[in-house]
Design a protein around this ligand. Structure first.
Ligand SMILES: C[S@@+](CC[C@H](N)C(=O)[O-])C[C@H]1O[C@@H](n2cnc3c(N)ncnc32)[C@H](O)[C@@H]1O
Length: 216
């Protein structure tokens, strides 16, 4: 059985009027500056450099839980503009911020795990620091798997247990998963060619970890 650190393996639910979407709406101002100062923009850029170029001439890319679009921007900086970019988030303010940074992208105000009938299968799915908010991480990874074409890649960052993560969890309520466990979680969701990529320095190296996996 897959065992995960008991302190971090469940998201703490947002309550009452203070839903997760409202919390992220309120955090949008200053979010991009904060993640940049903390080193996440640089860390995301390093991770995207590890992602194989898609062999598809006109790739479709979707960033799930895009926030201010930092993860999608890092992919574009490393691989060039995709033929179609779709950004999704449950927070309208975050989604508006991402689409203002990435004009031409299609914005979908919807959560991971919900039906997205008009979205075609994607060649690349991006997802940074979102799985941690879902009650069932394997179901969430399976949902991401189902969004991909055969051969398509998932690029992901997930919080890992660390005393710094305890502070992040107190503020945001997210779970955290040990890097030794995440590859088996990805395998359970159907992924292959799973790679785990530590971030090199600073806060990202302490609280997060990168992963790249392929749909067979
Ligand atoms: C920690 S932020 C990460 C944002 C961005 N991916 C980044 O790395 O900078 C989490 C984002 O996921 C969004 N989010 C949370 N739960 C979600 C869900 N179930 N589906 C889609 N987005 C979600 C939040 O609104 C927020 O914008």
């Amino acid at each position: 059985m897959l065992r995960i650190s008991p302190r971090f393996d469940r998201p703490r639910p947002a309550s009452g009027r203070n839903t997760l979407a409202r919390i992220y709406d309120a955090a949008e101002t200053g979010w991009q500056d904060s993640i940049s100062k903390l080193g996440f923009v640089e860390a995301y850029s390093d991770l995207m450099g590890q992602c194989p170029n898609t062999s598809v001439p006109h790739p479709k890319v979707m960033d799930v839980g895009t926030g201010t679009g930092a993860f999608a921007s890092a992919w574009i900086n490393a691989h060039g503009a995709p033929a179609a970019l779709t950004l999704t988030d449950i927070s309208p303010a975050m989604l508006a911020s991402a689409t203002s940074r990435l004009p031409g992208a299609r914005a979908i105000h919807a959560g991971l795990g919900t039906a997205m009938p008009d979205v075609p299968p994607q060649n690349v799915v991006l997802c940074a620091h979102v799985i941690e908010h879902l009650d069932d991480p394997i179901a969430a990874l399976s949902w991401l798997f189902d969004r991909l074409t055969p051969g398509g890649h998932l690029v992901m960052a997930i919080s890992k247990p660390h005393w710094c993560t305890a502070f992040v969890r107190w503020r945001w309520g997210n779970a955290a998963y040990p890097p030794q466990k995440v590859p088996s979680m990805l395998a359970r969701a159907g992924f292959c060619d799973i790679g785990a990529y530590p971030f090199a320095k600073g806060p990202p190296s302490r609280v997060s970890h990168g992963y790249i996996a392929r749909r067979p």
